[in-house]
Design a protein around this ligand. Structure first.
Ligand code: MGD
Ligand code: MGD
Ligand code: MO
Length: 763
């Protein structure tokens, strides 16, 4: 493989490595965030947008799925929210001349950063078969073309319809309806690469794949364990909630291979004390775990909980809860008794004192919340790890009581809502039955393809049409070279997008780009201005209203695109009122209220200030909708990564100035990186052991049986206090190191957080 094939623009001559920061957010961060906005958008548009983010009549910030507090600050956003808004609301647009001036071959050499910086997409464009350029096309011709190709397929299953998690509820519902009426369940989404392991583990154990807490529970917790998550960068407003919890007396423990800035210290920009001084130390305890060691840690803590109960019977376990609501305790007790401390120490890299401390804190706390994100979900053993996390909570009845619970922190701002609306390749029959009752057609029942299966389907030649509602599929999925080769095998690829990215330049024979409105923009339809809605990490649904005029005339909303495509493609005899949907989104909401539980009064509830919270069995009434009707305490064989001699465990993660595959700048301020992304963070003791030095240039090799090494060439080694034996590099560049077959057991999520690598000095 040619090393720059899939990582264009990866040369950073001005790379600087400075000191990492111990604190996060604070006033410098907010100032940082306003600079680019004011420069690009001017002070008036900036003020208009920044005062509308996450406000009651404003728009929902698209930077993450962190919930809004009941009481909102005037500026209810973070530095990274401001970056996301500026990135979308830029007045810069891609001119028509761009398409004639830039061939696809030329664009293949551009970085994600460069592509994103070209501005907003404003006209539909088409790349004909055999051509090396996109050229403008009318909306009607574009829809007619896609309809023609879809209806020409031998089977609807020869098309796949991807969704990225920014898509709002109403759009998602209309989109899955179109796809199922067309006849397939091939609905891969970004969640397959993200929190799928959470959905799988929680559905099996507690009967719902979502958080069991409400926002207010943070303020009531005695202990909060933050595992595998970097809130200072990815969910900055969570730090405010953690700070409040601390003020109320909570103890906070961070479990992470990296000492992430926000977890260590936080300066709250909303309060005077946050402006001066050193800020609040957030984590009381930091357990610097080895990558992939969480399953062992959770089992070890559960074992200690059971031992504490044996030492003082009746005082540690929540016996009433366990007897009434759970199954499986005895088998678990037997299994966990065999857990051996030596294996745990090896797997976690922690000391016995660390583990005893966490167990002691947990046994003493009556209300514990555990939060997590990608550090736990993107592991080979992710599903088993998360089942162990649930067991630990169940032992002391920490589900369905105030201040306690399991709290996956979602990534994309509506990734959770998209699932609620039916974006899933394996929606259960009760949803499909409801769809059938409401619309009178037979939805397909066979499960469709998830994200990795879609790439495999493309590789086998089983998929001809790939359609993406947002996102950057080839940029985000693992095994970049294989994914790109597969995508090139499609007959037609279609991207509905706000900005250019890699997925627009790696196309099928024929390709289309359909530009769309962003969340910040006013969405005017026949029925007047429309609003949309989203669901956050704690199952609260609220409206999002565009604020500024669209960046260009002629842009269609995502809803309009779905509705017009559906009208062009589907038999009108189906009788679905696509025209009505497009004119007035209340019509879509009315249908949702008949299909999706919890949305019965959707049109009223969504208009209430602050929206509404969806029902949640475990949280509301300790009801567990598993096949047994009980929460399941499971038995899982401990799995952990063996690290061969001379190798490191590499995780791929986000810098502070990126949103997934969107690169805002080449800096990662909290980690001390400037003007470059070609860095690999390694513990100084490991460097010494490997005979490497800080600043040295290396090739990162990932080794897989029966295939040549995968190589990420010419990276700068950065000596960094990560856990021993671990390393880190930025996603998406490092996707080349992860083969498709490296996926989590049970959820098929790419193992992005644990790649065994060898660092080879450049000569
Ligand atoms: N600004 C910004 N905000 C975002 C995003 C963004 O790219 N930029 N992305 C959004 C999306 S889609 C998502 S899913 C979320 C992602 O939010 P995060 O999950 O916080 O994102 P990552 O950068 O992948 O960070 C993973 C964290 O897990 C730790 N980790 C890695 N391996 C292990 C392990 O084995 N055990 C433990 N305990 N920890 C480990 C890493 O050190 C790191 O701190 O953020 C969302 N918000
Ligand atoms: N190695 C590695 N790989 C990973 C991860 C990792 O940690 N490591 N993380 C995984 C995770 S958690 C996720 S969620 C996926 C992300 O996968 P995706 O969701 O597919 O990727 P994004 O980079 O978020 O998509 C960005 C693109 O979305 C489009 N866009 C932005 N706003 C809108 C909008 O309002 N409407 C429409 N239609 N388009 C819009 C823009 O064109 C932009 O270029 O990546 C996964 N891949
Ligand atoms: Mo994500």
């Amino acid at each position: 493989m040619h090393e720059t094939d899939v990582n264009p623009g990866a040369d950073y001559p001005d790379l600087e490595v400075g000191h990492r920061k111990e604190w996060a957010v604070g006033v410098p961060a907010i100032l940082h965030s306003m600079g680019p906005a004011i420069r690009e958008m001017g002070p008036v548009r900036t003020a208009e947008l920044m005062t509308a983010i996450n406000q009651k009549n404003g728009f929902d910030c698209m930077s993450c799925a962190w919930p809004d507090p009941g009481e909102r600050n005037l500026l209810e956003f973070c530095e990274n929210g401001a970056k996301a808004v500026t990135w979308e609301a830029t007045p810069i647009t891609v001119p028509t001349s761009f398409w004639a001036e830039n061939s696809l071959t030329g664009l293949l050499d551009k970085s994600e950063y460069w592509l994103g910086m070209q501005g907003r997409l404003v006209e539909p464009v088409h790349k004909p078969k055999g051509a090396d350029h996109y050229e403008p096309i009318s909306w009607d011709a574009a829809f007619a073309l896609i309809a023609d190709r879809l209806n020409g397929l031998d089977s609807p299953d020869r098309a796949a319809f991807y969704t990225s998690g920014r898509t709002a509820n109403e759009t998602a519902f209309a989109y899955q309806l179109f796809v199922r009426a067309f006849g397939t369940n091939n609905l891969p989404d970004c969640s397959n690469m993200c929190h799928e392991s959470t959905g799988t583990a929680l559905s099996e154990t507690i009967g719902i794949g979502k958080s069991t807490i409400a926002y207010d529970d943070f303020g009531k917790a005695e202990l909060i364990i933050v595992m595998g998550q970097n809130p200072g960068t990815n969910h900055p407003r969570m730090l405010t909630a953690l700070e409040e919890a601390k003020r109320n007396g909570a103890t906070i423990v961070a479990v992470n291979p990296l000492p992430e800035a926000g977890l260590i210290r936080y300066k709250n920009p909303q309060r005077p004390r946050g402006i001066i001084g050193k800020g609040t130390p957030i984590a009381d305890h930091f357990l610097q775990i080895r990558s992939g060691g969480d399953m062992a840690l959770l089992q070890a803590v559960s074992k200690r909980v059971l031992e504490a109960e044996d030492a003082a019977p009746g005082t540690v376990l929540d016996h009433a809860f366990l007897a009434e609501h759970t199954l499986g305790l005895e088998a678990f007790r037997e299994h966990i008794a065999t857990l051996d401390d030596a294996t745990v120490l090896e797997a976690t890299g922690l000391s016995l004192a660390d583990i005893d401390l966490l167990a002691d804190l947990y046994v003493r706390s009556d209300r514990t919340i555990i939060t997590w994100a990608m550090g736990l979900t993107q592991q080979k053993n992710a599903v088993a790890t998360l089942k162990e996390l649930i067991t630990l909570l169940l032992l002391r009845g920490n589900i369905g009581k105030p201040g306690a619970g399991a709290s996956p922190i979602r990534g994309h701002s509506n990734v959770q809502g998209d699932r609620t609306m039916g974006i899933w390749e394996q929606m259960p029959d009760r949803f499909l039955d409801a769809l059938q009752r409401e619309f009178g057609f037979d939805p397909p029942r066979a499960h469709g393809f998830d994200a990795l299966q879609t790439i495999e389907g493309l590789q086998r030649g089983d998929i001809d049409v790939f359609f993406a509602m947002g996102g950057n599929f080839v940029g985000a999925i693992s095994d970049t070279a294989a994914a790109e080769a597969a995508m090139r095998g499609a007959a037609l690829t279609v991207q509905v997008s706000t900005k250019l990215n890699r997925s627009h330049v790696v196309t099928g024979d024929e390709a289309l780009i359909l530009p769309t409105l962003g969340r910040t923009e006013v969405d005017l339809q026949k029925g007047g201005p429309q609003f949309l809605s989203v669901e956050d990490s704690v199952c609260a649904v609220h409206a999002t209203h565009g604020k500024v005029p669209p960046v260009a005339p002629g842009l269609l909303s995502e809803v309009a695109i779905v509705c017009r495509l559906a009208r062009a493609t589907l038999d009108p005899a189906l009788g679905i009122d696509w025209e009505g949907f497009e004119a007035e989104y209340d019509v879509i909401r009315e249908h949702i209220s008949h299909v999706v539980p919890g949305f019965e009064r959707f049109n009223d509830d969504v208009r209430r200030t602050g929206g509404f919270v969806l029902p949640n069995g475990p949280r509301d009434e300790r009801r567990f909708d598993t096949p047994t009707g009980k929460a399941m305490i499971t038995v899982n064989e401990l799995e952990h990564l063996e690290r061969p001699e001379g190798r490191l465990i590499l995780q791929t993660l986000r810098s502070h100035d990126q949103f997934n595959t969107t690169i805002y700048s080449l800096n990662d301020r909290y980690r001390g990186i400037k003007n470059g992304r070609d860095v690999v963070f390694v513990n100084p003791f490991d460097l010494a052991e490997l005979g490497l030095t800080d600043g040295q240039r290396v090739d990162i090799h990932s080794e897989w049986r029966d295939e040549p090494d995968r190589v990420l060439a010419n990276y700068r080694v950065v000596s960094y206090p990560t856990a021993r034996g671990c390393a880190a590099a930025y996603y998406p560049e490092a996707n080349v190191l992860v083969p498709m077959r490296s996926a989590a057991t049970g959820s098929n999520t790419p193992v992005s957080k644990a790649v065994i690598v060898r660092l080879v000095p450049r000569t």
